[in-house]
Design a protein around this ligand. Structure first.
Ligand SMILES: [Zn+2]
Length: 288
């Protein structure tokens, strides 16, 4: 089985995770720029992070046969910190990079006026740079947050088919389906969406325009929950083709709209033992 996780924060994960993912068939990932837990205090902190998302992290992933792309943005939470806002002026140069396949994560955390401004500005950047947009929805007051998100997306003029609205649940899926945007679901170990609930949503709404991700990061999360969802689909009667549609072809279609998705190395291990270094570093321990 081939799996593409369209939303996972590999920077927070270990090489053990990469090895387990590759063994499970998870051979393509997109890593959205996000909050690191520890608040950033200046724009330079973002640029080093963005450089890592398009440099070190794809290098690290390739050692395990996992193809890594990124989305770049000022995240909704830090859009509230005036010390972080100058990063908005630095985004255009990253949005031109080969490995950047969308603007994201953008959207709402607490639905403040500051978040409105950053969200609108970054949707405009997506249009300008001809990129899709990955939109985070708030974990609190989700229905209201999702409605407001869809209003802002509609007002921006971006084509709904170029927008993924993420972290949906049973309450918000219908709103996003009707909007023409892609429907993103993050599967978590204990809270929010689980594999059995996801299977029920797929039964009711079908497999079109659905993206399933683990959103694994530095919090309680599990990079193999895409595989667990695939297995739950098969166990409940979905066919292999349906699984491949949702967990491979859909993310390929969505991020393929960037014109930059290159999956030719998916599943190809490029040399843990003999590979080159990245800026003088490698993931090996000890001497060459
Ligand atoms: Zn995320």
């Amino acid at each position: 089985m081939r799996i593409f996780d369209p939303h996972i924060h590999m920077t927070s994960r270990t090489t053990d995770d990469y090895a387990r993912m590759a063994a499970a068939g998870i051979v393509a990932v997109v890593e959205p720029a996000f909050w690191l837990g520890q608040p950033r205090t200046h724009p330079g902190s973002f640029t080093d992070y963005f450089d890592s998302l398009i440099g070190w992290e794809p290098y690290r992933a390739a050692q395990f046969g996992v193809v890594h792309h990124a989305t770049i943005a000022l995240n909704p939470k830090e859009a509230n910190d005036p010390r972080c806002l100058p990063v908005l002026d630095l985004l255009p140069r990253y949005l031109d990079k080969d490995r950047v396949v969308a603007v994201g994560e953008i959207g709402y955390d607490s639905m403040t006026p500051e978040e409105d401004t950053a969200f609108e500005r970054q949707l405009a950047l997506a249009i300008e740079h001809d990129l899709p947009a990955l939109v985070h929805t708030p974990h609190r007051d989700k229905a209201r947050g999702t409605r407001r998100t869809l209003d802002v997306v509609a007002a921006s003029g971006i084509a709904p088919g170029r927008v993924a609205v993420d972290h949906l649940n049973e309450v918000t899926v219908g709103l996003v389906k009707d909007s023409g945007c892609w429907m993103g679901f993050s599967i978590y170990p204990e809270t929010k969406m689980s594999p059995p609930r996801m299977v029920e949503i797929l039964r009711e709404h079908g497999t079109g325009r659905v993206l399933i991700n683990s959103a694994a990061d530095w919090g309680v999360s599990d990079p193999l929950l895409t595989l667990a969802t695939a297995e739950a689909m098969l166990a409940s009667g979905f066919k292999e083709d349906d699984v491949e549609q949702v967990l491979w072809h859909n993310p390929v279609e969505f991020y393929g709209q960037s014109g930059r998705l290159d999956l030719s190395a998916a599943g190809l291990i490029t040399g843990l033992a003999t590979g080159p270094t990245f800026a003088g570093s490698s993931i090996k321990r000890g001497g060459e």
